[in-house]
Design a protein around this ligand. Structure first.
Ligand code: BTN
Length: 235
C-alpha cells in the first residue's frame, strides 16, 4: 500500500461515510472513534475510543466487473487472517461472507461499499473494524472478542495497521485467494446447523461460488446456493 495516502482523524461518524465524502485517489482513513459506526445491514459498530482499529480504504479496482466483486471480499478477509495469525495463537477463520472469527467469536467485521459505473466497479470502500485492546463490549453484538481478551496483552495500533496493509498489498497480488479463502472458512468441515427465514437444517459447506454465494450440502446430499442474508450460521 505504498502509494496510499493515510489520514488519521480523532473522531467521525463513520470512516466509510467520511471516505465517501472526502476520499480521493488511493486513501486509507483511520479514526480513533466513530459516533455512528456502521455494521452490516442496519447494525451499528461498537468501539471504545482509541482502543481498536477503525479504518476505511478507498481503492479503484481495474477491470473488475460487479459480478466478480467477491474477489475483494476474499482478498481483504485473507489479509485480515494473515495479520491476526501474527498476534493470536488460536486459528483465525472467515465466517462467510466476511466476518473474521477466532473460535466462535467475532474479532473483526468488514463492510465493503462499492460504487458502480455500468457493470464495472469504479470505487470500492473497504471498511474494517478490528477489535484490538477493548476489554469489555457493551452493545448487544452477539459474540465479540478482541486481541487483548485473547492474549492478555496490549497491541500497538499503528504497528498493527502497518502489518495489515503489508499483508493486504501482498494478498492482492496473490493468485491463490479463492483457495486461501476456502481453506480458512469457519466451520468448513463437518455438518453444522444453519437457518434460513423458514427453516433450521444441518449442512456441510462445499464452498463459495465466484459470485460469493455459499454452497451448502444438506443431510440428504442435496446442494443449495445462498446469497448473503439468505442463510445464517446457528452458533
Ligand atoms: C459488520 O457488521 O460486521 C461490519 C462492521 C464494519 C465496521 C467498520 S468500522 C470502520 C468502518 N466504518 C464504519 O462505519 N463501518 C466500518
Amino acid at each position: 500500500m505504498r502509494d496510499f495516502k493515510i489520514v488519521h482523524i480523532e473522531e467521525t461518524d463513520s470512516t466509510n461515510r467520511w471516505m465517501k465524502e472526502n476520499g480521493e485517489g488511493k486513501m486509507v482513513v483511520v479514526a480513533d472513534y466513530q459516533t455512528a459506526g456502521k455494521g452490516c445491514g442496519s447494525n451499528s459498530w461498537e468501539s471504545e475510543r482509541g482502543k481498536n482499529l477503525l479504518l476505511s480504504i478507498l481503492v479503484h479496482p481495474q477491470q473488475l466487473e460487479a459480478k466478480n466483486q467477491f474477489i475483494v471480499t476474499q482478498i481483504v478477509s485473507v489479509a485480515l487472517c494473515k495479520t491476526l495469525e501474527e498476534y493470536v495463537s488460536a486459528p483465525v477463520e472467515i465466517k462467510w461472507p466476511n466476518d473474521i472469527y477466532v473460535g466462535d467469536k467475532k474479532i473483526c467485521g468488514v463492510l465493503i461499499e462499492n460504487k458502480l459505473q455500468g457493470c464495472m466497479i469504479k470505487d470500492s470502500i473497504i471498511g474494517i473494524g478490528l477489535n484490538v485492546n477493548q476489554q469489555a463490549f457493551k452493545s448487544d453484538a452477539p459474540n465479540p472478542v478482541s486481541i487483548r481478551q485473547l492474549t492478555g496483552r496490549e497491541t500497538d495500533l499503528k504497528e498493527l495497521l502497518s502489518v495489515f496493509l503489508k499483508h493486504l498489498e501482498n494478498t492482492a497480488q496473490s493468485k491463490t485467494n479463492p483457495a486461501d479463502y476456502r481453506n480458512r472458512m469457519y466451520r468448513r468441515q463437518g455438518l453444522h446447523p444453519f437457518r434460513t427465514k423458514s427453516i433450521c437444517f444441518n449442512a456441510r459447506i462445499i464452498g463459495v461460488n465466484d459470485d460469493g454465494r455459499l454452497m451448502l450440502q444438506d443431510e440428504n446430499g442435496v446442494a443449495h446456493l445462498y446469497a448473503f442474508k439468505e442463510v445464517v450460521f446457528v452458533i
